[in-house]
Structures are given as C-alpha cells and as structure tokens.
Design a protein around this ligand. Structure first.
Ligand code: ZN
Length: 161
C-alpha cells in the first residue's frame, strides 16, 4: 500500500544551497546504525530498529501493522498508526502521536520527552515528560514508570533531562 499516504520531502540547507531528500521508506526489516537525517516511513508489516548508539534526526512514521524498536536516540516527531507497536528503550525526543489501536511501550531506561497526543495506548516503564493530550487513549505508568515534572522559570515550563 503506497497510495494511501504521502511522503513529504525534506529540505536541507547546507552553506546556503538547498537540497531536497526523499523519505527513507522501509518495506521489510531494517536497522539504523550511525546517523540518519530526514524522514523515515516504516510500511505495513515492516520492522525498523534504531540501534544502540544510532541517531535519527527527522520524522519517524510507523504505518499500520509495523513494528519498531528505538534503542538509540530519535530526535523528531514520532507517529504510530493503528495496530503498529513501538518499543522505546532509548531516547525519544519530540512530539509523539499515538493513533487509536496503536501501542507505544517505554521500557526501563527508555525516555519519552515531548508532547504526547494519545488516542491509543502508552505503557510507561521508563520516564516520560511533556504535555499530554488524551484523545480517547490511555497512558499506563507501570512498575518503575515515572513522570518527569517540569520546573517553572519565568512562568515557562522547562523539562530538564
Ligand atoms: Zn510511507
């Protein structure tokens, strides 16, 4: 199914020159080692692992039925579609959108930093911090699951990690 959604191009500006880059589309089972800048889209039934020590900067989308594991660091928005399942054992920094029927599991040692839009389920056994918008979904803080509280400075909320 490649016609049911669009991939936006990322524009990178280096030394004043613009370069557009297609999204990295994952159709089977792939791992990221090292650094990747730009959007990643994980298609139905595919699997994507962001390995320990790897860093992805850009949006990360999991389509229905896909599976993900974030062991390294992801900086950018995370979108989890219905029936997709993602485990965070590393560091997710950026807004998170969990659709109805999607599951995000934060494991011990995992971190979720950023605003959350939750129509599906989040199971937190790690630590999370950020504004939460519940849209018919649930967040379960289980076992050692913790919530990072913001510190107020000049009337603004800061999350210090
Ligand atoms: Zn796609």
């Amino acid at each position: 199914m490649r016609d049911d959604h669009e991939h936006s191009q990322d524009i990178f500006i280096t030394d004043g020159s613009e370069e557009s880059k297609e999204a990295w589309i994952i159709e089977e089972h792939e791992q990221l080692f090292g650094q990747h800048n730009g959007s990643i889209c994980v298609h139905e039934t595919a699997e994507f692992t962001l390995a320990l020590g790897a860093h992805h900067s850009g949006s990360l989308t999991f389509r229905p039925g896909s599976v993900g594991r974030i062991l390294g660091k992801h900086s950018g928005s995370l979108h989890v579609a219905p029936t997709a399942r993602v485990e965070v054992l590393g560091d997710q920094s950026g807004s998170v959108h969990i659709e109805s029927g999607a599951l995000l599991q934060v494991e011990p040692g995992g971190k979720l930093a950023g605003s959350l839009y939750v129509a599906g389920q989040i199971e937190n056994r790690g630590v999370r911090g950020g504004t939460v918008h519940l849209a018919g979904g649930n967040i379960h803080d289980l076992d050692s699951g913790a919530i990072k509280e913001p510190t107020l400075r000049n009337g603004m909320s800061f999350y210090e990690w």
